[in-house]
Design a protein around this ligand. Structure first.
Ligand SMILES: *[C@@H]1O[C@H](CO)[C@@H](O)[C@H](O)[C@H]1NC(C)=O
Ligand SMILES: *[C@@H]1O[C@H](CO)[C@@H](O)[C@H](O)[C@H]1NC(C)=O
Ligand SMILES: *[C@@H]1O[C@H](CO)[C@@H](O)[C@H](O)[C@H]1NC(C)=O
Ligand SMILES: *[C@@H]1O[C@H](CO)[C@@H](O)[C@H](O)[C@H]1NC(C)=O
Ligand SMILES: *[C@@H]1O[C@H](CO)[C@@H](O)[C@H](O)[C@H]1NC(C)=O
Ligand SMILES: *[C@@H]1O[C@H](CO)[C@@H](O)[C@H](O)[C@H]1NC(C)=O
Ligand SMILES: *[C@@H]1O[C@H](CO)[C@@H](O)[C@H](O)[C@H]1NC(C)=O
Ligand SMILES: *[C@@H]1O[C@H](CO)[C@@H](O)[C@H](O)[C@H]1NC(C)=O
Length: 787
């Protein structure tokens, strides 16, 4: 009678019934079953789950599909995106009349699959497949080729592996992948991805289904022409299908245990996100358009877009405020901004003394939709804009005036390290100019016609004079502005060439005070102007024993030269790969070089006023002084990252084998991109050869080898690290140091940038202050592909 095991099982049964009275998940939904409250429908393999959900702080309920195993609830499909229900406990999802229907508390139909009825007598049921596809099919025929309805034909904002975004050839109607309205409202938003209805095999992204702002370019059988980074993709298998009825693009994953999705975000960008199980978060793998501000009218009328601002991408122009602050706070900026103060010209009975004025907004990308009004000086442009009440702004250059009538769309504020912008003169009510607003970056322009232009010319003349006498005077801290003739003399008319590269040639020179310098002469002025400016601005103002010292520069007419301290031992690649028959860098020196470079990079990343990402770390850019102390050189591609920002967009233009995966995939990079390149270089310090090489054998053709794969495996398995060593060293090295260096290198080249150490940590590890675990083996992109 008192069998304890029996009592226990009764108790367990009772307990589970009591706590989860209705939570038993369904596997199919049919006419005799209803889904309500917290009940869910789960796919057979437990991958996806369907049920009611409430996004964020919203109080509305929707039927949605999400990943069952992903801890961060991620909705991939919404049934009733434009018709919510207020209460999940009274609403029901069921099969009625061979359709899946959602009924609210009063049994009104809120949403339906709305397909015409299949064969009479068939019994329809709904099943959620492991692909995330919800299908409606005939129970008697569960192998039916075509379900009567499937959610993959009605995507919301997410394109899952196995799904498709198609163009129907008969109706010429594209299928849309459309963003949510905002982060808390799945309603049909403004941004859509579609296959070009003209039949060009390109995908387009549009705003409000009218204004196109991105295209993938045509499909060539392997990649879309304007998405070259697809060639380096090693996770997704994209394919394009076109037949008499439809064209579409679909994809699968090479490794089916990876969780990944493509979505069109409320930011108007398409994003491929991959779930990182260890970090428990979604990782942005790829995004287009890469710049938020390239999304058409993202900040709405009179909004100003800026990349990487910590305050979010959108701000209202000065004198304006968000039209709908609540939408604005939820990341829906489409409503734009409205004037705080009415313009005088709109105000029929205002007194004449309060005339409207103009605010100069410097360094912006000018808005779209300008009207050119012919040649004119600043004063004339201003009076034209004043004379038209609906003229909102003007700008001018050597081609004359441009004015904007009506709304201003797509104003982009550039950061201070990008001076490619122009000045926009924004019309504002006179009262806006009385506020003493110190945060305003603009300069208030008087309405006195003519004076502005006069001052401009005067300034230009003064500036030109000053530059002519400045040739040998110190400029910008301790930098010297050299005259071209002086450098010509110092280098004996550029006779002793030290080296050359993509940007120009480097010559040895001796200055008047008999100090020896290296003079870099940049070729093809114009294209190199930006690199010249970047180099002077970054390395020109900082000093560190492991960073090459810039003494000064020359900027005369079209001539651009940079003057550096002279490095008698040349660059690291020469010693590692070419000079081995003469001198072999011993292990101790290599270790000190690794440590020195790490210190230099740590300084750039962590100690400067702005974080500097070098963006081109490789042996060619490491110079060695007389004592083989390493100095990082060539800052032409460097990126300054303000202290409040951590990411920066950089065009893919470093050197292929040293580029990190996230950079290749086109997302904004952090200092961790340098860490990756540094790790690649450490492997080369150990092995004494390039990381990728062909190994010839007698029996077959050459085999492609990738040293980091081999090294990471040996390190991870605790194998013989000395076998990795440059043969020229003849095993003369400290095994513990070799292990430490190869281990750090393996950590530095992890795919996930958050797993890579900072350069500061690398210094501590190489110094022996910090211990380090064995790293996981990183996976590598298809390194043999030429970019
Ligand atoms: C919900 O609202 C609170 C307070 O307004 C806010 O802190 C929180 O971030 C919101 N949650 C979401 C998911 O938006
Ligand atoms: C269902 O389809 C019919 C015609 O196919 C259409 O007229 C009707 O508006 C649709 N209803 C819903 C709720 O979409
Ligand atoms: C569906 O196909 C499987 C194998 O292909 C078969 O065993 C099964 O009998 C089929 N079911 C029906 C209802 O046709
Ligand atoms: C989108 O287009 C519709 C008409 O096609 C228009 O009524 C609506 O105002 C547009 N919305 C926005 C935000 O531009
Ligand atoms: C990629 O997808 C295509 C089409 O679905 C398939 O034929 C091919 O085998 C796949 N390739 C790999 C490597 O999985
Ligand atoms: C195109 O549609 C017709 C009619 O629905 C169908 O018979 C045919 O098999 C389809 N073709 C392809 C390639 O799917
Ligand atoms: C697929 O991914 C899983 C999880 O990331 C990993 O454990 C597995 O080794 C991968 N398989 C292949 C063949 O790469
Ligand atoms: C004109 O001024 C009067 C008195 O200041 C004011 O009541 C009226 O609204 C103004 N009219 C317009 C069109 O602004």
């Amino acid at each position: 009678m008192t069998n304890p095991r029996f009592c226990l099982s009764i108790l367990v049964l009772f307990f589970s019934l009591y706590t989860h009275p209705s939570l038993a998940a369904l596997t199919t939904l049919s006419a005799d079953k209803k889904l309500t409250g917290d009940q869910t429908l789960v796919s057979e393999g437990g991958v996806f789950e369907l049920g009611f959900f409430k996004p964020g702080n919203s109080s509305n309920y929707y039927i949605g599909i999400w990943y069952k195993k992903v801890t961060q609830k991620t909705i991939v499909w919404v049934a009733n995106r434009d018709n919510h229900v207020p209460d999940k406990n009274t609403a029901t999802l069921t099969i009625s009349d061979s359709n899946l229907v959602l009924l609210d508390g009063s049994s009104n139909q809120v949403w339906s699959t709305n397909t015409s009825s299949p064969r009479s007598g068939s019994v329809v049921e709904a099943v959620l497949l492991n692909s995330g596809n919800l299908v409606l099919r005939d129970r008697a025929d569960d192998n039916a080729s075509e379900p009567s309805w499937q959610s993959f034909d009605h995507p919301t904002d997410t394109f899952l592996p196995g799904g498709k975004i198609k163009l129907d050839h008969k109706t010429k109607k594209p299928q849309y992948l459309t963003s949510w309205k905002n982060t808390e409202d799945p309603a049909t938003g403004l941004f859509s991805l579609e296959l070009d209805p003209e039949g060009s095999t390109s995908y387009l992204i549009t705003r409000n289904k009218t204004e196109q702002y991105w295209t993938s370019g045509a499909w060539n059988g392997h990649i879309f022409s304007l998405v070259p980074e697809m060639r380096l993709n090693y996770i997704f298998n994209f394919s394009f299908v076109s037949n008499e009825n439809e064209s579409y693009f679909t994809y699968s994953l090479y490794n089916s245990s990876i969780i990944s999705r493509l979505l069109i975000d409320v930011t108007g960008q398409i994003k491929q996100m991959t779930w990182l199980e260890n970090a428990q978060q979604w990782n942005l793998f790829w995004t287009q358009p890469r710049k938020q501000c390239d999304v058409y009218a993202f900040c709405g009328a009179f909004g100003s877009c800026s990349e990487f601002s910590t305050m979010g991408p959108c701000n209202c122009l000065k004198g304006f405020e968000p039209k709908s602050p609540s939408d604005w706070n939820l990341g829906d900026y489409s409503g734009g901004c409205q004037r705080k103060e009415k313009l005088q010209c709109e105000n029929s009975n205002a007194s004449n003394r309060n005339k409207d004025g103009f605010l100069a907004i410097p360094n912006v990308v000018l808005p779209k939709g300008a009207q050119s009004v012919g040649l004119g000086n600043a004063g004339e442009c201003e009076s034209i804009c004043l004379s038209i009440c609906s003229c909102a702004a003007y700008a001018y250059d050597s081609n004359g005036c441009s004015i904007w009538v009506g709304n201003l769309l797509n104003v982009e504020q550039l950061s201070s390290d990008d001076s490619s912008g122009e000045t926009l003169y924004l019309k504002l009510a006179a009262s806006e100019f009385h506020h003493d607003d110190k945060s305003s970056k603009g300069t208030i322009i008087g309405v006195v016609v003519g004076v502005v232009a006069g001052i401009g010319i005067l300034l230009a003349i003064l500036w030109r004079r000053k530059r002519m006498v400045a040739s040998r005077k110190a400029a910008k801290g301790s930098l010297v502005a050299y005259g071209y003739r002086d450098l010509q003399a110092a280098t004996r008319n550029f006779s002793e060439k030290l080296g050359g590269g993509g940007f120009g040639s480097v010559f040895k020179g001796t200055l008047d005070d008999s100090s020896v310098v290296a003079v870099k002469k940049l070729e093809s002025f114009g294209q190199r102007e930006k690199q010249f400016q970047t180099e002077v601005r970054t390395i020109g103002t900082i000093q560190h024993v492991n960073l090459v010292r810039l003494h000064g520069f020359c900027s005369e007419g079209t001539k651009r030269l940079l003057v550096y301290e002279y490095m008698p031992n040349g660059s690291l690649d020469f010693h590692l790969f070419q000079n081995k028959n003469f001198v072999v860098l011993d292990w101790k020196t290599r270790y000190q070089i690794a440590l020195g470079i790490a210190r230099g990079l740590a300084y750039l990343h962590e100690k400067c006023r702005d974080c500097i990402i070098h963006c081109n770390v490789k042996p060619e850019n490491i110079l060695l002084d007389a004592g083989f102390c390493p100095k990082i050189a060539d800052f032409g591609l460097a990126k300054l990252v303000g202290r409040d920002f951590s990411r920066v967009l950089a065009t893919i233009r470093g050197t292929k084998n040293y580029l990190s995966p996230e950079w290749i995939s086109g997302v904004p990079i952090t200092a961790k991109a340098d860490v990756y390149s540094y790790g690649m270089m450490l492997f080369e310090l150990v092995s004494g050869r390039r990381n990728s090489y062909y190994e010839l054998s007698d029996s077959e053709d050459g085999k492609f080898r990738f040293f980091p794969t081999k090294a990471a495996n040996i390190v991870a398995q605790g194998g013989n690290v000395l076998s990795l060593l440059d043969p020229c060293l003849e095993q003369n090295a400290d095994a513990e140091e070799v292990t430490r260096m190869a281990t750090v290198a393996s950590w530095c080249i992890q795919d996930d940038e958050t797993h890579r150490p900072t350069m500061g940590q690398v210094v501590h590890i190489l110094d022996g202050i910090l211990d380090v675990n064995l790293p996981p083996i990183p996976t590598f992109p298809q390194v043999s592909v030429d970019y």
